[in-house]
Design a protein around this ligand. Structure first.
Ligand SMILES: Cc1cc2nc3c(=O)[nH]c(=O)nc-3n(C[C@H](O)[C@H](O)[C@H](O)COP(=O)(O)OP(=O)(O)OC[C@H]3O[C@@H](n4cnc5c(N)ncnc54)[C@H](O)[C@@H]3O)c2cc1C
Length: 484
């Protein structure tokens, strides 16, 4: 019997796992995909919001501001990329200024520090490429950008190092509530890899959280998948803007932004469209054209010839329009962490701590005295000095063999990504841990080499290597080979 089972290894499940791994608890994370960070956590704007737009008093407001404050220290403890680049919300007409001031006051109520309303000349000084139509902007210096993959992977690796068990490729199919008495109850989870029992379930299943809530409660929940599409541009224009540029929010959220990414690309998006199919993460010409048209409003001469790829993610929108983080009334020991749409990524460190307290109230536990709070990420050769690189290459010549030319990723870094705790087992897993394949050519050149390193390190045939698990094979397999 487990003490805690967490359904879902997105940023939320992994943040909770990491906080709980400080305690003498038996924790298991169940994830249906072949890696962590395969759901919404892999496809978003990656902004660590300042926290001025959520309704004062809401969980979104409280946890966003707290999460934003925690992110910097966490990035040092767990070695992931984060930068406080600040953000601007643009206003294009005098009549909209009232909305900007409302946002400013909202931010003050939420406890956001450093907010300022800037006039056109000040904005143009900060951001020369901003549209000439701008008349004022809300400046939030605490806004930041993060690598969502590295954040999630870092949390997961650290939880794993501290004894949390992860079962990947394990899809939860059904949950049975077993009530033996008022005090004694537990849950049986049926999966495609067998059954598991646990005293506490944490439902961090993203857009599917309603499905699991509804298995144990009479009070039904509905999560709507709200799709957002993006265009990603080449590093050549990564400094086109320095801050994250928003427009005034609308009823569907924060609107289309233009932002540098933490890795030095330029990102524009997202759209917002409610959809039925929770697996539909394709991009469409209409939505991408909408992104481009809206982004053009924020900056002059958007460098459209630098687009290298597009992607889409699904927000988990709850009717309450707030995060739902609570023990289900008619299911003691079952904790929903649902409706975690934006600012979920920003709030993740605070959500981890919030749920930690809830779990300890249900199941008091002692702290471990051997908890390891720090973790070292995959070595990034490009961030080292010439001397450091030389030293590393002397110890391991694989660090001299450049595999991904666009992002300058070496064989040594790829081997590290594979052979570390909860290491990469797919090409996407390598991409998210090292950036091999995420550059201008989008893996056009490095894919065959990365594939053979992966096959060699995992001791499997190249034909068994997948892009992202399941049947996403790169090389053609016969029916017989697929069966095996
Ligand atoms: C377009 C868009 C833009 C966004 N921008 C931002 C932003 O800039 N800043 C910000 O703070 N937030 C942003 N967000 C929100 C943020 O991305 C989410 O709040 C966060 O990623 C949610 O994480 P999660 O762990 O709850 O969900 P997920 O990452 O989706 O994780 C849930 C996991 O549960 C697994 N799962 C589901 N069903 C099962 C099952 N049956 N068995 C086992 N496992 C299962 C899934 O495979 C998945 O890995 C954005 C979201 C979107 C879509």
């Amino acid at each position: 019997m487990q003490d805690v089972i967490i359904i879902g290894a997105g940023v939320i499940g992994c943040a909770i796992a990491r906080e709980l791994s400080r305690y003498q608890l038996k924790i298991l994370v169940l994830e249906k995909e072949s890696d962590v960070c395969e759901g919404t956590s892999k496809a978003n704007s990656a902004i660590v919001h300042a926290g001025y737009d959520a309704k004062p008093g809401s969980l979104k407001a409280k946890l966003n501001v707290e999460g934003n404050k925690l992110m910097e220290d966490l990035s040092h403890e767990l070695d992931f990329a984060f930068r406080r680049n600040g953000s601007l919300v643009l206003c294009f007409h005098k009549e909209e200024r009232e909305q900007l001031e409302k946002l400013f006051n909202n931010g003050l109520k939420n406890g956001v520090t450093g907010l300022k309303i800037l006039e056109k000349e000040e904005i143009k000084k900060l951001e020369p490429n901003i549209s000439d139509e701008v008349c004022a902007a809300l400046y939030a210096p605490t806004g930041g950008i993060v690598c969502p993959f590295n954040l999630t992977i870092a949390l997961a690796e650290n939880a794993y190092t501290n004894g949390t068990e992860f079962k990947l490729n394990t899809e939860v199919m059904d949950i049975i509530k077993i009530m033996e008495s008022t005090y004694e109850n537990y849950y049986r989870l049926k999966t495609n890899q067998g059954e598991f029992t646990t005293k506490i379930v944490i439902n961090a299943a993203g857009v599917y959280a309603d499905k699991f809530h509804n298995m144990v409660s009479e009070d039904k929940m509905h999560i709507t998948a709200r799709k957002g599409e993006y265009c990603l541009m080449d590093k050549a224009v990564g400094d086109y803007v320095d801050k994250t540029i928003f427009q005034l929010p609308n009823k569907f959220g924060k609107g289309v932004l233009v932002t540098p990414t933490i890795h030095g690309n330029l990102l524009i998006g997202p759209t917002a469209l409610d959809i039925q199919d929770k697996e539909m993460i394709n991009t469409t010409a209409d939505a991408l054209n909408e992104v481009i048209e809206k982004a053009k409003k924020s900056v002059n001469q958007l460098p459209l010839n630098k687009i290298i790829t597009s992607f889409a993610g699904l927000r988990a929108h709850a009717e309450q329009d707030d995060f739902i983080i609570e023990e289900v009334k008619d299911a003691p020991g079952f904790i929903d962490v649902a409706g975690i749409e934006s600012p979920g990524l920003s709030s993740a460190p605070a959500i981890g701590r919030f749920v930690e307290k809830m779990v300890l109230q249900i199941l008091p536990a002692m702290k471990k005295n051997n908890f390891i709070g720090h973790r070292k990420g995959v070595i990034n050769l490009s961030s080292l000095t010439y001397g450091e690189r030389k030293e590393l290459i002397k110890k391991n010549p694989a660090y001299a063999n450049v595999i991904c030319r666009c992002e300058t990723v070496t064989e040594g870094e790829i081997m590290d990504a594979i052979n570390r705790p909860l290491g990469a087992v797919t090409l996407d897993g390598i991409k998210r841990r090292t950036r091999a394949g995420s550059g201008r050519c989008q893996a056009g050149f490095c894919l065959p080499k990365t594939m053979s390193i992966l096959a060699r390190e995992l001791h499997v045939d190249s034909k068994d290597i997948t892009k992202c698990g399941g049947k996403s094979y790169i090389l053609l397999k016969t029916d017989e080979e697929t069966e095996r």
